[in-house]
Design a protein around this ligand. Structure first.
Ligand SMILES: O=C(O)CCC(=O)C(=O)O
Ligand SMILES: [Fe+2]
Length: 286
């Protein structure tokens, strides 16, 4: 038996009114399969195209090593030229991922390939982020610091996303003062002897293909596995729920500051304490 996951509902396309009523208001995820077929990106965006337009850029890469107290928040583990990275992706499985790469800043002309869709939410225009991954690489389970509503557009290849809402946090071995779960949990095949509380969590799974967009409601946990090499773009809209909005402000102003002070003062002991506390706190719910 695996995790208790239901498939995210899939629709071919959707009106603004139906999106707001059926998904945004009740905060339910959805995959829209054919929303971007009129974007130039739908036909143009591939790994090959990214190599052409961004080949010379130096890109920040992340693998799945655990958090190290010496590293800053989201500090990359390696860098490469984009053309080298794309060749590597196509050649063999690699753990290296690009995470949170701002395309407007890096390759402004990519802006011409997409438009900001009108879902009835105000999208943050300055922050279209790209994510790349090789076969079988994954982005660890986390939620975003601003608890935003996220629209995740996928290109080339296949990707699997596992989602949980914030109510499930107590079953997920969440690390205190951070936005991640225990990094030694394999969410594609969790060991319930080691992580029994996970059996109580109720979540969602979505399989994305080229051109699909996944809507993730405010503060949703997400774990993403690249089944084949590919990339995605996320657009975001500020959390509207006042509780989520205050959590976002707290995370950005207080949580990050606490973490950087504690890493400096306590070093690895702080990281170790957080990891142990995650087990202690979640075990009560197992
Ligand atoms: O696609 C990924 O690798 C991660 C995406 C993500 O975390 C996000 O869109 O917030
Ligand atoms: Fe994220």
């Amino acid at each position: 038996m695996g995790l208790n996951l239901q498939e995210v509902k899939r629709v071919k396309t959707i009106t603004k009114k139906d999106f707001i009523k059926n998904y945004f208001k009740p905060q339910i995820p959805v995959v829209i399969e054919k929303f971007i077929e009129d974007w130039p990106a739908y036909n143009k965006w591939s790994l090959e195209y990214m190599k052409e337009v961004a080949g010379d850029k130096t890109v920040p890469l992340y693998d799945d090593r655990p958090v190290d107290y010496k590293e800053g928040f989201n500090e990359p583990h390696a860098t490469m030229k984009m053309h080298e990275y794309i060749d590597l992706l196509r050649k063999e499985p690699t753990r290296y991922r690009i995470f949170l790469w701002n395309i407007l800043k890096e390759v402004p002309k990519l802006q011409n390939d997409f438009s900001y869709p009108d879902f009835g939410l105000k999208l943050m225009k300055g922050l279209p982020m790209l994510f790349f991954g090789g076969e079988d690489s994954y982005t660890f389970m986390h939620y975003d610091i601003d608890l935003a509503n996220i629209f995740h557009f996928h290109f080339e290849g296949k990707k699997q996303c596992i989602l949980f809402d914030q109510k499930q946090s107590k079953y997920l071995y969440k690390i205190p003062n951070s936005l991640i779960t225990r990094e030694d949990i394999d969410f594609s095949n969790p060991d319930f002897d080691k992580w029994p509380a996970l059996q109580k969590a109720k979540g969602y799974v979505a399989n994305l293909e080229h051109g699909n967009v996944l809507y993730m409601p405010e503060g949703y946990w997400h774990y993403m596995r690249y089944v084949t090499p590919g990339f995605s773009m996320s657009l975001r809209a500020v959390a509207r729920n006042p509780v989520n909005f205050s959590k976002a402000v707290y995370n950005i102003v207080v949580m990050r500051a606490i973490d950087s002070v504690m890493r400096r003062v306590r070093g690895q002991k702080w990281i170790d304490w957080k990891n142990e506390y995650a087990i202690k706190r979640t075990s009560k719910y197992a």
